[in-house]
Design a protein. Structure first.
Lengths: 240, 301
């Protein structure tokens, strides 16, 4: 579903590559955690998959598209096959929960009857039934992230990319959010989630890709946040 | 994208940026008013040319008892002199028609033409000389006629109306050049203001644009609300300008000027209607072009 072949990404005005000759293969329906310290290349990986950035070298394949060969006009079609969730939710403050989710369908030209059906269904699925008319500022952080997830999956994408979706949430809420993502994964959606959160990674025991300085240093099925057999070293900023 | 959704986006966009929208309306209005003024002045010149060339005459004023011209030697032209002149004129190939206007007829015509003017009362019969009015086949060949008859016996002066008109047309040409120049400057201002407005609107809506790009909205979907807003706002400016031009032609030309002279010689409201679609089309092109160019930066994927 997502394949990186020898992918290198060097940002302009930067000497060190953000990703350095990375090879990764993620199958349809997988749930993958991408872990590693800040600056290790987690976000770059997601941005390359979303085609927000182009790889400097190597091949990125997403849902059957070779992103090198994708013209600017074809990028929207690629993005309709994927959803994305971020740490900062990115909701529209002047729109209600329902309007925020419906917006993602309106701007890709979905007919109104489809929107009327899909939006309540999706809100129900993420556990926000009854809160359709609230505005984002009337919701808790966890609820806001549920709205963002609903918006990301309302068009039934094949892939859901999550860039630190729990970074602004406390432990209990974070676990709820990841359980929701796990449920979405069980419907067949491929999920790639970049995270710093040890507890979440350890609780779900999914595939773990560990990045360091732009290299994949570990790729483990049913992995922990830390390499198996290694003792976690807790530093002052909570990162290992 | 559904039309209803587009309409609601455009509505909210305009509400969020009212002052900029109003400024684009006003600048567009002034630009198009000036452009319209320049084009109408040119049309006025054309209308007048057409009108006068139909009627252009060489007037050969004959000596009368009060004539001061040296050629007259203080005597009125005799009937024999007049008939001789008339025969000579009719023999010329350029000449279509010659007719004689007596002192009395000249006075009557003057009274008719200036019936609304106080100067009519100061003129008496005999003040205006009799004349031979010469209608030409080709109004541009007036010089052939004037040179031949200037010194003929019994002729006081030869006057060609083309000379009077050409001065007037020069003035109109300058008015046109000036108005169109100002209009071009204002149109440039309007385009720059539109670009600024769009940039501001895009900044206000940067979250929406970010989300649209993220969920795979096409570039035209992202552009459509901005382009529609600019087209609506500038079209309102054009309509106001057309309204002003109609008011101007209605009150200044049709009602004002026709009291002094003949209404066929002046442009009317219908001329404004002929200009309006071109102005609207031009402004819409500017609005769409400016929007597309300005938005490029926000649409880079």
């Amino acid at each position: 579903m997502i394949r990186f072949e020898n992918v290198t990404k060097v940002y302009p005005r930067s000497t060190r590559p953000a990703l350095d000759a990375v090879d990764v293969d993620i199958d349809r329906g997988e749930f993958v955690f991408v872990v590693g310290p800040s600056g290790s290349g987690k976000s770059t990986m997601l941005r390359l998959a979303l085609r927000e950035e182009a790889a400097t070298e190597g091949v990125v394949l997403v849902a059957g598209h070779d992103l090198r060969k994708l013209s600017t006009r074809q990028v929207p079609r690629l993005r309709r096959e994927m959803g994305a969730v971020f740490q900062d939710f990115r909701l529209l403050p002047n729109k209600t929960v329902h309007e925020n989710v419906a917006y993602a369908l309106q701007v890709i030209g979905k007919p109104r009857h489809a929107i009327r059906q899909l939006v309540p269904e999706t809100l129900e699925m993420v556990g926000l039934a009854g809160k359709e008319k609230r505005f984002p500022h009337q919701l808790s952080g966890g609820e806001q992230q549920r709205v963002a997830i609903a918006r990301a999956v309302v068009n039934r994408p094949q892939i859901l990319l999550c860039d630190e979706p729990t970074g602004n949430l406390d432990q209990a809420i974070s676990l709820d959010i990841v359980r929701l993502l796990d449920r979405i994964n069980r419907t067949g959606t491929t999920i790639v989630m970049a995270t710093h959160d040890h507890d979440i990674v350890n609780a779900l025991r999914k595939r773990v890709l560990q990045l360091a300085d732009g290299h994949v240093v570990r790729d483990e099925r049913e992995g922990n946040y830390h390499p198996t057999g290694e003792l976690p070293v807790v530093t002052t900023d909570g990162e290992a | 994208m559904q039309a209803r959704f587009l309409a609601s986006e455009v509505g909210s966009g305009l509400r969020r940026n009212v002052s900029m929208a109003v400024s684009v309306v006003l600048v567009t209005m002034v630009a198009m008013f000036l452009l319209g003024l320049g084009l109408l002045a040119q049309r006025q010149a054309d209308t007048m040319k057409g009108y006068w060339y139909d009627r252009i005459q060489v007037s050969i004023y004959l000596c009368n008892a009060n004539a001061l011209a040296p050629n007259c030697e203080g005597k009125a032209a005799t009937d024999a002199q007049r008939t001789a002149l008339q025969d000579q004129l009719e023999a010329l190939p350029e000449v279509k028609q010659v007719f004689y206007e007596s002192e009395q007829q000249a006075f009557q015509r003057f009274k008719e033409q200036f019936r609304n003017s106080p100067i009519a009362g100061n003129v008496q019969e005999g003040d205006l000389p009799p004349s031979l009015r010469v209608q030409l086949d080709d109004p541009t060949k007036f010089r052939n006629v004037t040179t031949q008859f200037e010194d003929a016996p019994g002729v006081a002066t030869v006057q060609d109306q083309e000379k009077v008109l050409s001065k007037f047309f020069t003035i109109i040409n300058w008015v046109t050049v000036f108005a169109v120049f100002l209009a071009a400057l204002m149109a440039a201002c309007a385009a720059l203001l539109m670009a600024t407005t769009i940039r501001q609107a895009a900044f206000i809506r940067r979250r929406e644009i970010g989300i649209m790009r993220l969920v795979g909205a096409s570039n035209w979907t992202i552009r459509a609300p901005f382009i529609s807003e600019m087209v609506i706002v500038s079209a309102v400016g054009v309509l106001l300008a057309v309204g002003l031009l109609i008011g101007l032609t209605q009150y200044v030309f049709t009602e004002g000027a026709s009291q002094i002279a003949l209404s066929q010689a002046f442009i009317g409201v219908s001329d404004v209607w002929l200009l309006a679609p071109w102005m609207l089309g031009g402004v819409v092109l500017i609005a769409v072009g400016t929007s597309v160019v300005t938005l490029r930066r926000y649409l880079r994927v």
